[in-house]
Design a protein around this ligand. Structure first.
Ligand SMILES: Nc1ncnc2c1ncn2[C@@H]1O[C@H](COP(=O)(O)OP(=O)(O)O)[C@@H](O)[C@H]1O
Ligand SMILES: CC(=O)OP(=O)(O)O
Ligand SMILES: [Mg+2]
Length: 764
């Protein structure tokens, strides 16, 4: 191996090196064939003492350097050994008798030495592994080079090694640290609860950026350690892996992020503590004892790195964002990193009246799930039905017409399933066996107040409720049945739209009818869209910087089925749907509340069973008329509210304008009623659901009419394109400085279900 020196201008070495070419004839010799591949070549002291460097070079590279720097000196290095104490030295064998190169290690404590290699981003086009060929230290080290002429060089310099093999580099790093280097991961940001990922301006900051995390195993125990250079603090960090919970605290495959929680610390510490819920203890466990530094090297303009890692686990979690550059990451380091961690795939199925939405998550017990894919078939009541599929936030299928393959919710689900399983680029689902939990939105859950594992008993109990949610329950149970057949080893969990409303007080949920009959037939207000309202409550609270039980809101879930909900102290206080999802606001095909006698004047056969009834669903003509032949479809000839909201001034759009005005009127009726019901203590009016999230016109009309209650819109923020362009879940569309706020919430019923399932150990 070749070692070349470029001289400094001072010291005994400098003077000899200044004479060019190098005056040591023995150094002209080629590499000695006895040197092992793990040995390294060394080169380069620069002419400038401030940036003196020592490099181990491949012969190829060193030859190039020699061409341009006549003062260089070549030393051929052989194997190394680490000798002595106080100071420990890395002793390099050289080619010739009497020729020795000593690298004085700045600490006798091997754990305090941190050979540094760069993140692969610094060399974008090579093999990321090859970054290990280039080793450096973050502070000057003393190098003594002796030949038969005596000491040629003895000075603190910046040391850089360049290896010819990765194995050689790994071996040297392991020897220096007396810990085996077993893996490394290129990360874009590392942060913690005390060093947040971004600063208050949103700039990525963290503890360190663009660094290579290394994983070490102690040679004398089973302890594993993580090290990285916290470049923003200019110090090394070393953490004992056992000090972190075995399960990842959070995993976000889309952003290639994981969070390790400090062992014994409670989850969600950072945000909870910022909200005054600091329940965790801080750790002061020493990972290793600090020994004094044996480094008298001069500090260079304050940039000198500390070679001592911070010795205590001084954080509650460590966040790591692996490199998102696909060229760099080649393999998936984050997957390797998380290999040992127990998790499963959760499929959340939301069969609505006009759509089937399925989201796929990776989930760990007790952790917030991470979405990896989402597929939906929409337009089931407004043909053509269309399939949309996204993986890792990228659109894979954009509104493909699927009318010929889909007739109803169960077909839509089968199509979605085929899409997911057939996607070879969705490695988390290679086969059906990969799916551990399937959670299903069941609109009517009767008296259930919590999600239920589907057993024969629960299934049959739910079947009895089919007639109370005629557009939903039977369809959902059809999907549950399919899943039980198709995924025999998975657990099916039923999550209920009605459960969120179990807190509605008796005087609100009771109908003024004979109490014994009401009790016997369980006739009361149940309320629906509760999974969505639960999501909206938490998301809004987070957005407003409060706890869920500290907020009062009026939430509007306006989709194919539409409802309003008064949420008091984070709990449902009242909602517009009732015994069934027919009551309250009109919808795509539903009338909403009308005079109960109306139907008897609408047709004469309303008490008869509808021909649309099936063995799973018994529906009268009256129910059919009010659920399926009313709403926008009846008024405006379309179930697409986008078309209704887009109505122009022409006469032919008159029906659409009527439908729009009618809807605004009914929505405002609930807003006013709930405002009074909440005694005017309202933090926000929140729009959600397909219409609530997408129709700026509808929001503008509602807020204009409800303006007397203090709601004011920011027209610009409310525009559909502005809202669509926002990344987060909740968007403020209200006028600045005005309370109550007006918000848009991208509700996510699938996430809410999968979160509930991941949280409950009964489902694991
Ligand atoms: N750009 C739009 N403007 C207004 N309404 C829209 C728009 N896009 C979709 N919608 C409405 O949203 C409804 C779907 O809402 P969603 O909540 O997704 O449905 P579901 O009730 O099936 O869960 C559609 O039926 C359509 O009326
Ligand atoms: C309850 C209900 O109407 O649900 P959706 O709007 O999803 O049809
Ligand atoms: Mg819906």
């Amino acid at each position: 191996m070749a070692t070349s020196w470029r001289s400094g201008s001072s010291s005994s070495f400098a003077s000899s090196a200044l004479s060019a070419p190098p005056s040591h004839p023995q150094h002209a010799s080629p590499v000695d064939s006895t040197f092992t591949p793990t040995s390294a070549a060394i080169s380069a002291l620069t002419a400038d003492p401030d940036c003196a460097a020592l490099c181990l070079l491949t012969p190829r590279l060193s030859r190039k350097l020699f061409d341009r720097t006549p003062n260089e000196l070549t030393v051929y290095l052989g194997p190394w050994e680490i000798v002595g104490a106080n100071p420990r030295r890395l002793l390099w064998q050289c080619s010739y008798a009497g020729e020795v190169l000593e690298h004085f290690l700045p600490s006798d404590n091997p754990n305090e030495l941190f050979p540094h290699t760069l993140h692969a981003q610094h060399r974008r086009f090579g093999d990321p592994r090859e970054m290990e060929l280039y080793l450096s230290f973050q502070e000057p080290h003393r190098i003594r080079y002796t030949t038969t002429d005596g000491i040629v060089h003895d000075e603190y310099i910046e040391v850089k090694y360049e290896f010819t093999t990765i194995e050689g580099s790994i071996q040297l790093q392991s020897d220096i640290r007396r810990r085996d280097l077993i893996d490394w991961f290129d990360v874009d940001v590392v942060w913690s609860d005390t060093h947040r990922r971004t600063d208050s301006y949103g700039n990525v900051r963290g503890l360190g950026t663009i660094q290579r995390i290394k994983l070490w195993r102690d040679r004398y125990s089973t302890f594993h350690y993580l090290t990285f250079y916290a470049n923003h603090r200019r110090r090394w960090k070393e953490y004992l892996l056992d000090d972190f919970d075995r399960d990842l605290r959070q995993r976000d495959d889309r952003h290639k992020r994981v969070q390790l929680g400090a062992r014994g610390a409670r989850r969600g510490s950072a945000s909870e503590s910022s909200q005054g819920h600091s329940r965790e203890r801080r750790f002061s466990t020493s990972i290793f004892s600090r020994s004094s530094r044996h480094n008298n090297a001069p500090a260079t303009n304050g940039n000198t790195a500390s070679s001592s890692a911070q010795s205590a686990l001084d954080i509650r979690y460590l966040g790591i964002q692996f490199s998102r550059n696909p060229n760099i990451q080649a393999g998936s380091d984050d997957t390797r990193f998380a290999l040992a961690l127990p998790r499963t795939i959760v499929l959340a199925v939301n069969a609505g009246s006009s759509s089937v939405k399925v989201s796929v998550y990776t989930a760990e017990q007790g952790q917030s799930p991470t979405q990896i894919a989402e597929a939906q078939v929409s337009g089931l009541t407004a043909p053509p039905a269309a399939l949309k599929y996204e993986r890792d936030g990228k659109t894979i299928v954009e509104n493909r017409e699927v009318d010929d393959q889909v007739n109803g919710q169960r077909d839509a689900f089968s199509l979605v399933l085929d899409t997911l399983i057939g996607d070879h680029e969705l490695p988390s689902i290679k086969s059906k066996e990969d799916i551990g939990i399937l959670c299903h939105r069941i609109v009517h859950g009767g008296d259930y107040t919590e999600p239920q594992l589907v057993s024969d008993g629960t299934y049959h109990h739910l079947e009895n409720l089919n007639d109370l949610a005629p557009l939903h329950n039977a369809n959902s149970l059809g999907i549950v049945r399919l899943c039980i057949q198709e995924f025999p080893s998975a657990r099916n969990v039923a999550c209920f739209d009605s459960q969120f409303h179990s807190t509605i007080p008796e005087h609100i949920r009771t109908y003024p009818i004979k109490r014994d009959i009401a009790r016997k037939n369980r006739l009361r207000k149940y309320g629906f869209h509760g999974i969505s309202y639960s999501f909206i409550t938490r998301a809004t609270a987070e957005f407003l910087g409060k706890q869920p039980d500290e907020i009062n809101i009026i939430a509007l879930h306006l989709g194919s089925g539409a409802s309003a909900c008064a949420i008091k102290s984070g709990k449902s206080w009242d909602t517009s749907m009732g015994l069934t999802p027919l009551a309250g606001l009109p919808g795509a095909t539903r009338s909403g509340s009308v005079d109960p006698s109306l139907v008897f004047h609408y047709a004469s056969d309303v008490g008869k069973l509808s021909p649309a009834s099936t063995k799973d669903l018994h529906i009268s003509r009256a129910e059919e008329i009010l659920n399926k032949q009313a709403g926008w479809k009846a008024l405006a000839g379309t179930t697409n509210f986008g078309v209704i909201a887009g109505a122009g001034p022409s006469e032919e759009d008159g029906d659409k304008r009527l439908a729009f005005d009618l809807f605004v009127d009914r929505v405002c009726g609930f807003v006013g009623s709930y405002y009074v019901s909440l005694r005017g203590r309202v933090d926000a009016l929140v729009f959600a659901g397909g219409i609530g999230e997408k129709s700026d016109r509808l929001r503008a009309a509602v807020v204009e009419q409800a303006g007397c209650l203090g709601f004011v819109l920011d027209q610009e923020a409310n525009s559909a394109h502005k809202v669509a362009a926002q990344e987060g879940v909740v968007h403020d569309v209200g006028k600045e400085g005005v309370t109550p706020r007006v918000l848009v919430c991208r509700t996510d019923e699938q996430f809410e279900m999968s979160r509930a399932c991941a949280e409950d150990e009964a489902f694991w």
